[in-house]
Design a protein around this ligand. Structure first.
Ligand SMILES: *[C@@H]1O[C@H](CO)[C@@H](O)[C@H](O)[C@H]1NC(C)=O
Ligand SMILES: *[C@@H]1O[C@H](CO)[C@@H](O)[C@H](O)[C@H]1NC(C)=O
Ligand SMILES: *[C@@H]1O[C@H](CO)[C@@H](O)[C@H](O)[C@H]1NC(C)=O
Ligand SMILES: *[C@@H]1O[C@H](CO)[C@@H](O)[C@H](O)[C@H]1NC(C)=O
Ligand SMILES: *[C@@H]1O[C@H](CO)[C@@H](O)[C@H](O)[C@H]1NC(C)=O
Ligand SMILES: *[C@@H]1O[C@H](CO)[C@@H](O)[C@H](O)[C@H]1NC(C)=O
Ligand SMILES: *[C@@H]1O[C@H](CO)[C@@H](O)[C@H](O)[C@H]1NC(C)=O
Ligand SMILES: *[C@@H]1O[C@H](CO)[C@@H](O)[C@H](O)[C@H]1NC(C)=O
Ligand SMILES: *[C@@H]1O[C@H](CO)[C@@H](O)[C@H](O)[C@H]1NC(C)=O
Length: 392
């Protein structure tokens, strides 16, 4: 089914699956193509969203995610000591890892700040000990490392470098510099790895309507020197112990790229695969094992594989949940089921994963529509959604 294979909906499912033949395709495809290009993304934000993406400061919160708040500071934070913050009994260490992007970390507007990131890290530290970043623009690597040190929480980070394929390495070099600065300023004590590339092969293959990730030799030839270059940078800093990896869609790992990294991170999304919620956890695990873990084990370097993103959306501005929408219903109740069937079990059986994602990102809803803005465990005001987090 060559035509099928060109469509986005196959990208995180087995290549021969025939799922999602309608509105999701266009939305999903456009999202990822746009996201794949920092330049396009920046332009869209500049036009459509603006600085700050209107995360309203939380002054009053619901009872599920915060306790008292001091006026003018993030709720519960002692302004003189971010390590002294109240713990929320609703938050549990339920997740192996969480996918995280500080709000306002896209050029050209940026707009992130340490106060906000400290607040995020305080919340994140109550639900996981591992986070991954996608990119390094807007000083986000430094902010995250600074926030971990200020809060003194137990948190490890996979930093990210999100290069573009059409800028002669400008985005790569820029973010490499940001990462190097962050490591120099804050040390590597909380850093487990640096992920070079996010959906780089996916963007290329879908962009050209190709079907074989191995056919993307040109892109691999661009990516692998950057992977090697990051390794060299770390070695020069005396940090050869920091691993270097790559993240891509689950069906789009290029063998040459995987042969060049210490770890691979794979997006595996049961919602986009039109799985029913009751099948979602099992499908995610099996897809990852069969397509990514087995393939990695067959390579000489045997890169460690993680699930880079998995999760379940809670809302959609696009679908009305008619039977034609299939069994993938976006709702908080279904997110609860996915958490209950996946989060603790996967960790327990050795599946390293990063739950997608920390909080809703309203700018994505504005820019992309559909479900894009509604994948958070927390809403855009950083209140935990109506979820009961399991104790693992
Ligand atoms: C989703 O799955 C349902 C049930 O398996 C099926 O009826 C429907 O056609 C699928 N939807 C798409 C868009 O593939
Ligand atoms: C940090 O960012 C938030 C959200 O954009 C904003 O409301 C707040 O004023 C900023 N704080 C500082 C100190 O810049
Ligand atoms: C980046 O953030 C760190 C931590 O807050 C800060 O020390 C540094 O000055 C920032 N760098 C820039 C260029 O804003
Ligand atoms: C990349 O470099 C080539 C050769 O120097 C140049 O022609 C091209 O305009 C550059 N592209 C970008 C996006 O800078
Ligand atoms: C790597 O080495 C640095 C410098 O000695 C250290 O701070 C860091 O904890 C080490 N990281 C890992 C993952 O071993
Ligand atoms: C990519 O190449 C590897 C090694 O040659 C092979 O095992 C794998 O099946 C190829 N993948 C595709 C999609 O052709
Ligand atoms: C990348 O590094 C590996 C391991 O050192 C080496 O075998 C390979 O030739 C390098 N590739 C490129 C394109 O630099
Ligand atoms: C690991 O956990 C996942 C998620 O619940 C589950 O689907 C899978 O069957 C488990 N695997 C093993 C080997 O227990
Ligand atoms: C929260 O979820 C529970 C089910 O887990 C439901 O009974 C309750 O009505 C929900 N509350 C709100 C405010 O939606």
């Amino acid at each position: 089914m060559p035509v099928q294979q060109q469509t986005y909906e196959n990208l995180e499912a087995p290549p021969n699956n025939e799922w999602l033949e309608k509105p999701q395709r266009a939305k999903r495809r456009s999202k990822w193509i746009v996201i794949g290009s920092l330049i396009a993304l920046a332009a869209l934000i500049a036009v459509g969203v603006g600085v700050g993406v209107s995360l309203s400061k939380k002054s009053s919160n619901n009872s599920t995610s915060s306790t008292s708040s001091t006026s003018g500071t993030p709720s519960g934070t002692n302004p003189n000591d971010p390590s002294n913050f109240p713990k929320d009994s609703a938050l549990k260490q339920s997740f192996y890892g969480i996918a995280y992007t500080p709000l306002g970390s896209q050029l050209p507007d940026c707009g992130n700040n340490l106060t906000e990131v400290i607040e995020d890290i305080q919340l994140l530290s109550q639900i996981t000990t591992n986070i991954r970043l996608y990119g390094a623009d807007c000083n986000q690597s430094s902010l995250v490392l600074a926030a971990i040190q200020a809060t003194q929480v137990n948190m490890n980070v996979y930093l990210g470098n999100y290069p573009a394929s059409d800028d002669n390495g400008t985005a790569y070099e820029r973010q490499k510099g940001e990462i190097q600065t962050a490591l120099q300023q804050f040390g590597a004590g909380n850093v487990l790895g640096v992920t070079v590339g996010n959906e780089f092969i996916l963007d290329y293959v879908t962009g050209l309507g190709q079907t074989d990730p191995n056919g993307s030799a040109g892109q691999a030839a661009m990516l692998i020197p950057w992977i090697n270059d990051t390794r060299s940078m770390l070695a020069e800093m005396g940090l050869s112990n920091i691993t270097v990896g790559n993240a891509d869609a689950g069906s789009y790992f290029n063998t040459e790229v995987l042969s060049s990294v210490d770890y691979g991170m794979s997006n595996v999304h049961p919602w986009f695969a039109n799985q029913s919620i009751n099948d979602a956890a099992g499908w995610t695990y099996e897809f990852f094992e069969e397509n990514n873990v087995v393939a990695a084990q067959a390579l000489a370097n045997k890169p460690k594989m993680f699930i880079a993103e998995t999760g379940w959306p809670t809302d959609s501005s696009e679908f009305n949940y008619s039977p034609n929408d299939g069994p993938s219903i976006a709702s908080v109740a279904n997110l609860q089921i996915f958490i209950d069937t996946f989060a603790c079990q996967a960790t327990a059986n050795g599946t390293g994963y990063f739950f997608f994602e920390f909080s809703d990102e309203p700018w994505k809803a504005t820019t992309y529509g559909g479900v894009e803005g509604y994948w958070g465990l927390f809403d855009s005001n950083k209140n935990l959604k109506n979820l009961t987090l399991p104790t693992c």
